[in-house]
Design a protein. Structure first.
Length: 176
């Protein structure tokens, strides 16, 4: 009888695990459907200081207001994991160190954007994104002239110095 009770307990445990996984999958946030017809940038207020002087990233509804500037975007979902928040803070730290003067002068801007919001869905198509990503984009006269998705950033997340160096090098290439 001991063997049967062990098998029943194992079966019950496996059934519970499978049911839990099915529930989590069924209730997981879905990636919104999106179209690439939108051309305006919709940016959210970050409420995060951009430098030691406490500058705040401003909401910019239209690319025409950007002028000549380099924008570092962090595209994320509404739900934020520890790794996602770490990714954002390490990027900000890398920017604020070397580029504090450019940030104060308005030549470099930081824009975290939730792609779960309907007004921001177009970014997924605009930058061909399928996961949380850092993008460096250059604007001249309010029009985006070039951009780069920093694909090596995630693998470097556990190596802070290499991560910071990579972020700074990529931003520096757009600031020159």
């Amino acid at each position: 009888m001991g063997i049967w009770s062990n098998r029943i307990a194992t079966f019950a445990l496996l059934s519970f695990i499978i049911a839990s996984l099915a529930y989590m999958i069924a209730n997981a946030p879905k990636r919104p459907s999106h179209s690439s017809s939108s051309t305006k940038l919709s940016l959210q207020e970050t409420g995060r200081p951009m430098s030691a002087e406490g500058e705040i990233a401003k909401q910019v509804p239209d690319t025409q207001e950007l002028g000549d500037v380099v924008v570092v975007y962090y595209f994320h979902s509404t739900w934020r994991s520890y790794a996602s928040r770490l990714f954002e803070s390490m990027t900000l730290e890398a920017m604020e160190g070397e580029f504090a003067e450019a940030i104060r002068a308005g030549l470099l801007k930081w824009r975290p954007i939730s792609t779960d919001k309907p007004e921001n869905e177009h970014f997924l198509d605009d930058y061909q994104l399928d996961t949380k990503s850092i993008v460096v984009a250059e604007y001249r006269g309010g029009k985006r002239t070039r951009y780069k998705v920093l694909q090596r950033a995630w693998p470097l997340l556990r190596e802070k110095r290499k991560f910071s160096k990579y972020i700074r090098e990529e931003i520096r290439a757009y600031m020159s």
